[in-house]
Design a binder for this molecule. Structure first.
Ligand code: ZN
Ligand code: ZN
Length: 244
């Protein structure tokens, strides 16, 4: 399947994994009209939309999604924090697998400054197994049998410290450290997992000011020996099982 990146930054996160017959949406941080355009207005093929948490850059457009008839899945804490109720809004629980129209989704808890954030371990016959985790300063798990990895790589401590020396408020630095994934943490996560069956690695949600896309990409590529992609707005990345 093809991952289409509609947005991947603090100004809006929205991803859709799609083939001819079906689509799985991650996050609702861009207007549903953008999603419709990417899918050539064929939104009936959408299995559902997974939300990691309630922050506006991930869930700000969720009402449009529900109104468009898209089923949305999130933790109860996220649903409560959003303050909306709708018959298409479905609660997920960490460590309780849910089958969403052919996609097996195992939510897991992550570490972010919000109510009840989740990451997702997803399996589909076309994609194999992949992890999707963003807005987490750490991932307390390792995973078996990964075929693709979609993970936040938000900032590097060096760039963040340099920005503080150039006037960035220390309160902002502290918030970043307590909510987003640093480059070395991302490297540690990848090193802790068995990547032998991994096809592609996608780096999500790079900070506009505290990251360096090419440096992050090449660092992770050198570490893992895998093709590494930055989830830039508009990019399309293959998420499938590797042909060994
Ligand atoms: Zn975010
Ligand atoms: Zn957030």
């Amino acid at each position: 399947m093809q991952l289409q990146v509609i947005g991947s930054s603090s100004s809006g996160n929205n991803y859709v994994l799609t083939n001819e017959d079906m689509a799985l949406v991650m996050e609702a941080g861009a207007h549903v009209n953008q999603l419709k355009r990417v899918l050539d207005f064929n939104i009936t093929k959408i299995a559902g939309c997974l939300l990691t948490h309630e922050h506006g850059d991930h869930a700000g457009h969720v009402k449009n999604y529900l109104r468009a008839g898209i089923d949305v899945y999130a933790s109860q804490g996220t649903i409560d924090a959003l303050g909306i109720s709708h018959h298409r809004l479905h609660p997920l629980k960490a460590m309780q697998k849910q089958i969403i129209k052919g996609f097996s989704v195992l939510p897991f808890d992550v570490k972010h400054d919000c109510a009840e954030p989740l990451g997702f371990l997803i399996n589909h016959p076309d994609t194999g197994t992949f992890v999707f985790a963003t807005d987490t300063y750490y991932i307390p798990y390792t995973f078996q049998g990964l075929n693709n990895v979609l993970i936040e790589c938000n900032y590097s401590r060096d760039i963040l410290d340099e920005n503080v020396r150039n006037g960035l408020a220390t309160s902002i630095r502290d918030r970043v450290i307590q909510s987003h994934m640093e480059l070395q943490t991302c490297k540690d996560f990848l090193s802790a997992n068995d990547l032998s069956q991994v096809h592609n690695i996608v780096l999500l949600h790079l900070s506009d000011t505290n990251s360096h896309a090419e440096q992050f990409r090449s660092t992770i590529q050198e570490l893992t020996g895998k093709p590494v992609f930055i989830a830039d707005k508009g990019s399309q990345i293959q998420i499938s099982k590797k042909a060994f």
